[in-house]
Structures are given as C-alpha cells and as structure tokens.
Ligand binder design. Sequence first.
Ligand code: FES
Ligand SMILES: [Fe+2]
Length: 486
Amino acid sequence: MPSEVKERTRDGSIRTDGAYRGYDLRLQATDNRPEALELLLTGPGTPMNEYFRRYWQPVCLSEQLTDVPKAVRILHEDLVAFRDRSGQVGVLHRRCAHRGTSLEFGIVSEHGIRCCYHGWLYDVDGTILETPCEPAESRLKQTVCQGAYPAFERDGLVFAYLGPPDTQPKFEVFDGYVLPEGTKLVPFSNEFACNWLQVYENLIDHYHTAILHNNMTVEGVDAALAAGASFSGGWTELPVIRWEATHGGNGIIFTAGRRVSDTKVWVRISELGFPNWAQNASLAPSAARLRHTAVAMTRWQVPVDDTNSIAFGWRHFNDEVDPDHVGCEADCGVDRIDFLIGQTRHRPYDEQQRIPGDYEAITTQGAGGVAIHQLEHPGRSDVGVYMCRSLLRDALRGKAAPDPTRLRSEADTGDSLPRYTSDTVLEVPRLGDADADRQLIQETANTVLAVLKEAEGLSSAERRKHVLRRLDEIDGGLRPDGDSRE
Ligand code: FES
Ligand SMILES: [Fe+2]
C-alpha cells in the first residue's frame, strides 16, 4: 500500500509538531536549498571557491615540508607543496605539465622540484628550469609552465594565494600575531570530515560552550577525562550574547557577558572575518578573572572538498593570555590541538559517545557531512549562526561595503591591524532582579566593545594602553542605565 503523508502545512511541507511523527517526518527533504548551497558548495566555478581564492589561505604546516614533497588538496584542487633546498617555498599543481606524473613523487632540489619520471625541473613559480630528455635547442622551457601559486611561510604555517595575480592582496597582520611582546604562535591543523561551513559556524555558536563543554557526560566516565572535555571558571553560566556585523559587513562578532560573581562580569568577544578567518580569546580559566586579555587562537577553515575541511591556525602563547600556562605547545601540530579533548577525530568510539566534543557535534550535523539547513529549527540562541550565513551570503554577492581592514592592510603602514577578540572582567555589582542584571551584563559588554572601537584609529602601541586606561576608568562604575560614573 503506498504510504501517504497525512498532515501537511498550507505550503505543502510536512508538519513538524506533535508526537510519534517518525513515519511522516522521515519523508522530509534531505537536500539543501539553493541559498544554502551557495555557501556550502566550494568546488571549481562556484562563487565560494572564487571568494576563498581572493585571500591568502593556509595549505599545510611548515613541519610538513620535509625532504620529500607534501601532497595537499585545497579547494578541490590537488597540489604539491615543498621547500626547495635553497629555502624557497613552492605550491604547484600536482600533475606534471609534461605527462601528468604526480609531483608528490618528485625530487626536492636545490632550486625547485624535479619530476621523477623524465626529470623536468620546475622552479617555485612554475617556470621550467630543465627538460633533460629534450635536445638543447628545445623551446619547451619557454612555451610551457607548471601551474604555480605564490606562497610563503609565517610562524609555522604555509600560506598560498590561489586567486588571479592581479587581485593578490597583502597578507593582513593583526595585533594578536605580534602582541603582546613575546607572543609565540604555534601552528596546528585540525581535520574535519564535514563541510567547511558547519565548523566555521561553530565559532559563532557560543551557547554550546555552556552545554557541550560543561561536563555533558554520562555517569561513570573517568573524572579526569571528563574534566579535559570541559571548560571551567565561569563557562558554566549561560551567557548573555549579542552579535554584530563588523568591518563593513565582512565579518561578525559576538559579545558574551557572564556574571562570574556578585561583583564581577566577564565579557568575551570572538570574531569571524569572511570568508573563513576567525579568532578566539582565552582558552584558560584565567579568562574569567583577568582584567583584559586578547587572542588565544587564530584559525582559517579551509575546504578540502565539500565534505572535508581543515582548520589551520595558530595557538597564541604568552604570559598575558595564559598566565598559569594551562596551554601546551607540544600538544599542537598536524591534526593535534592542546585544548579540550574532542577536537579531533582520533578517539575511540566509546569515548566519543561518553564524552562528546566539538568534533562529534559538528561532523554529525546533517547527512554525509553536510548540514541540511532547511531541516533545522532555529531558536533565539541561533541568531548568530543565521546572521553569519546572511552576512556571508551578502559579502559573497558583493553587497558588503569595502572591508576597511583590507584597505588599511593594502595601505601598509607597517603596523598591525586591530581586532576585537578579547576577554575583559569588570567590577559590576549584581542587581537583585535577574532580568535587570542580565540587562546590566549586556550593557557592560556594549561598553567594553565601545572602548575597543574607540581605540581602532590609534597605533598598535597606543591601542592597548588606551583600552586599559579606559577600562580602569570604567571599572566599578557601571550602572543599570549603561552610563559610567566618570
Ligand atoms: S611526466 Fe613529469 S617529466 Fe615527464
Ligand atoms: Fe566548542
């Protein structure tokens, strides 16, 4: 007997309310709509593929460039990365221009890389230096080249520009890369068996930190292991969050305010810069007690294809963002990260089930590694994710204003560029009424963000001094109406 869906809404979709609705709901659509696919599809010829190619993208870690070439796949494209013996970095198309042998079996040479099959030698820019089997008068060297992309190394990451040569931007250097003095950037990668977007969205989906990273474990789990999957020191509070478009609509931030005692409020700010850059503030419990600390992690979520992506990034180590030295440089590297277990795919299934982390939550959204947006049922806590998608779509379609950060980078003053990522703790006595107190927490967050914005026009040397001075002035003086008593 043919099955029939009895209850449909007026627009023909299946009703999603009620009880024991499994029989009908199994027939819900499993494909994304075009406006979602616009962000999810990253293959050749798609708008997202071109968007990613307008920015420098990490393609591997420096430690992966050894005496043999490194095969990488980025943006659906097979490439080979290497550092020749003179120290130059090359990122080339993987198939040899001669007759297609993979250069992952090539020989890293003094200058460039030599194909193993007939010995064509390519410089890092793809020009042919030698064709040893050809007669001396051969003009092949002048008429053929290997596809190549500009590349450089910085603090253990290998970046490449995969876009048109005439739109190659400068690499943007943000404050957190160089400040505070003594900052050490430690590279890492983190491979996800899913579409790039759901990993990227996780960074703006801050409510999950109070749930997923708060001992969401079944009974009987080893306590030390469970603790390793959970943040501590204020994270257990559900935050008061506000999201805001930044940089002309080319990014989004959230401010997350939490009351951490009867007298203190902790304001955390994280940000995304489109298409795939992000920064997080502190990953240590000290975040909820220190006056003002900045960046703990920078990352780029790079598509491999539509069901695999890699987070490449830096963990930022300095005494300011992690004075108790909770982080561990040695635990960062290729598909390894030092905070919160549950970030990578390298765990036994039983442990994944008992102590799920970001990896399990993110990669299992949707079917086959791709979240199905139209099957989601978003609530108020999802406003940031939906804002993010909308802003990203507008930026992709060219509707955002020119990114002022990028314009400043191109102007190249030699100074690093401001961002908002930070943790701030201010003295703000609790109000008796819970709703009024939440309002006060939000106003505190607004004030902190306003202070950071005030400092944007200053030099990097002046920015931090200005912010700390203003926070000192404000501390303890916030009132329910949002004014300070200065
Ligand atoms: S296939 Fe590479 S040199 Fe012939
Ligand atoms: Fe998380």
